[in-house]
Design a binder for this molecule. Structure first.
Ligand code: J2J
Length: 540
């Protein structure tokens, strides 16, 4: 066996062997997967978006050409490439080209800015960075300029659209080259962790493990070559990529449709025109779709299933999906680190409406434990730990953190507080990790705190969640000022100037003289959340 990429923890050999023998890991790679679909479904439409409509054969050919171009630029197997593209078909052209070469995409979100991108490029020693010319009113070429100047390893900025001073994506003339390609057990890409630490953690996923997660997903979700999947959430996110998402759609030879924007005015016409059968949303978007008057103006009758996940969906909103949109609901509780739970399509309505599903694979091992890692009584709420054939054994180059995030026997500490129903379904009751789930967008408290601590008027700060009707949670930064309290708007401007993604900018800033303490003299975020909840709900 060849050496694993340094810094990527992997499964112990006895587990790997077991997962292969059981047929979970079948020795496939993404490059070959697309080649096989092009052979079996060549003339069927694989990908629709913008003005493009690519069959499997066309996509396969485009991917080869893009890979040759990358090769001509000097990009090689195992090189890291930060990919930050919106929901365009080229997203999949780029990442399959990298997969085929064995180069490793790092999936950035369109919302990321200099702080996050600079970190990804530096930490992974990326050789290239792929951006759109502009998206959502933001010009990514300036950001790339800034990041390139700060990152010595970064040789290429590849731009979809007008490249300006950079290189246009797909513009590099090249001869077809034969490349050896990666091994199935190699890392295929890096997903991003929602995180709870000062800097985002990178998640190494292998061809073997991720392709297994696709197979298990399409099985549970009953995707077939007739499936038309609408990618409405950001394409780089693990949910629309793999649960079963666009890659699951490719796994079975179906059609994926890219929506540049998840709002009803963009998504509903696409559903009508392309006869979309299934899509995935986070809870706040689900509410927007449920409340949209446009639902009556478009023929949404092709839509059979709406998947909702990323954050807790209220039972009330869940119960409205079928009557309002005329389609089934599937709750999805997943994580980029691995484990994905689904309610099943034929489950009784009460399970679908009130639980977040059960593991998709019989090989998923789950433990629900107390603070001392002792299993709780059945039905009690506890910390969810998990291990299995598609759940990572450690983050990239994060040895110290990995000893805390994983048990010694390899279980991932999800940081979620769950309860198991008598049927064996999971209900997400809360969170133990220091993170705010802003309607599916994950904000690591410590990351925002560290940025705020750099401001001269901030003596100390704690970022916590406050309840919100629409997003479920919003962020509140509680600040102990140094001297006179600065204007909240000045602090937010400071964060933007430091290049923080806008979903991490605090929704609210409160000033206090001191923090409530725990018994051991640490800030008690629980007490802080409780007192905020009280003060925000009492009119002053
Ligand atoms: C409550 N909390 C949830 C849910 C995720 C499919 C679906 C979602 C993700 C995802 C994903 C939740 N109810 N239904 O990768 O493949 C919270 C939990 C979890 C964290 C993971 C997928 N669904 N969550 O959201 O890596 O706290 O993945 O640990 O972004 O989101 O976040 P992320």
């Amino acid at each position: 066996a060849r050496e694993h990429l340094p810094g990527c923890p992997t499964w112990p050999e006895d587990f790997a062997q077991r997962y292969r023998e059981a047929g979970y890991w079948r020795g496939e790679t993404f490059g070959q997967l697309l080649r096989d679909r092009a052979r079996d479904f060549g003339s069927r439409v694989a990908l629709v978006g913008g003005t493009h409509r690519w069959t499997y054969a066309e996509l396969d050919g485009r991917v080869d050409r893009m890979a040759s171009g990358f090769h001509a630029l000097g990009i090689r197997a195992r090189d890291r490439v930060v990919v930050q593209l919106p929901n365009v078909p080229e997203f999949y052209e780029v990442i399959f080209a990298l997969f085929r070469m064995g180069a490793l995409p790092v999936f950035a979100l369109p919302a990321h800015r200099a702080s996050e991108i600079g970190y990804f490029c530096a930490f992974t020693e990326a050789v290239a960075y792929v951006i759109p010319e502009r998206f959502g009113g933001f010009d990514y070429r300036g950001l790339a300029e800034q990041v390139k100047a700060a990152t010595p390893t970064l040789k290429h900025v590849l731009v979809l659209g007008d490249a300006g001073a950079h290189t246009a994506l797909g513009s590099v003339p090249s001869e077809p080259v034969t490349m050896e390609g990666p091994s199935p057990s190699d890392v295929a890409f890096f997903q991003l962790s929602g995180g709870s630490t000062g800097v985002p953690k990178l998640i190494p996923r292998t061809h073997d493990d991720y392709i297994y997660s696709l197979r298990a997903s399409v099985d549970v979700c009953q995707f077939t070559s007739e499936t038309v999947y609408l990618c409405a959430l950001p394409a780089a996110h693990n949910f629309p990529m793999s649960s079963p998402g666009v890659l699951g759609t490719f796994q079975v030879g179906g059609t994926a449709v890219m929506a540049l924007n998840p709002s009803p005015d963009v998504a509903f016409p696409l559903i009508e025109r392309e006869r979309v059968t299934v899509t995935a949303l986070v809870p706040p978007l689900t509410m927007v779709w449920l409340d949209s008057t446009l639902a009556k103006k478009h023929d949404l009758s092709s839509l059979k299933v709406l998947q909702v996940g990323g954050a807790r969906l209220s039972d009330e909103a869940a119960a409205r999906v079928r009557p309002t949109l005329g389609c089934g609901l599937q709750q999805v509780f997943g994580m980029a680190e691995g484990l994905v739970n689904y309610t099943r399509l034929d489950d009784p309505e009460t399970l679908i409406v009130t639980t977040q599903g059960r593991p998709m694979s019989e090989a998923d091992e789950l433990r629900v434990v107390d603070d001392d890692d002792v299993p709780v009584a059945p039905g009690e709420t506890g910390h969810l730990l998990t291990r299995g054939p598609y759940t990572i054994r450690g983050y990239y180059k994060a040895e110290a953190h990995n000893t805390k995030a994983f048990t010694t026997d390899g279980f991932y500490r999800t940081g979620d507080l769950v309860r198991l129903t008598p049927e064996g379904y999971l209900v997400v009751e809360g969170r133990a990790k220091d993170q705010i789930n802003r309607g599916g967008d994950k904000v690591a408290a410590e990351e925002v705190e560290n940025h705020l601590l750099a401001h001269p008027s901030v003596s100390d700060v704690a970022v916590v969640a406050i309840p919100d009707k629409f997003l479920g949670e919003r962020t509140c930064a509680v600040v102990i000022p140094r001297g006179e309290a600065p204007a909240p708007s000045a602090l937010n401007a400071f964060l933007r100037q430091r290049g923080l993604a806008s979903f991490k900018i605090p929704d609210r800033i409160e000033f206090v003289a001191a923090f409530p303490q725990t018994g051991v003299g640490k800030v008690s975020k629980k007490a802080l959340r409780d007192s905020l909840r009280q003060s925000l709900s009492t009119p002053s």
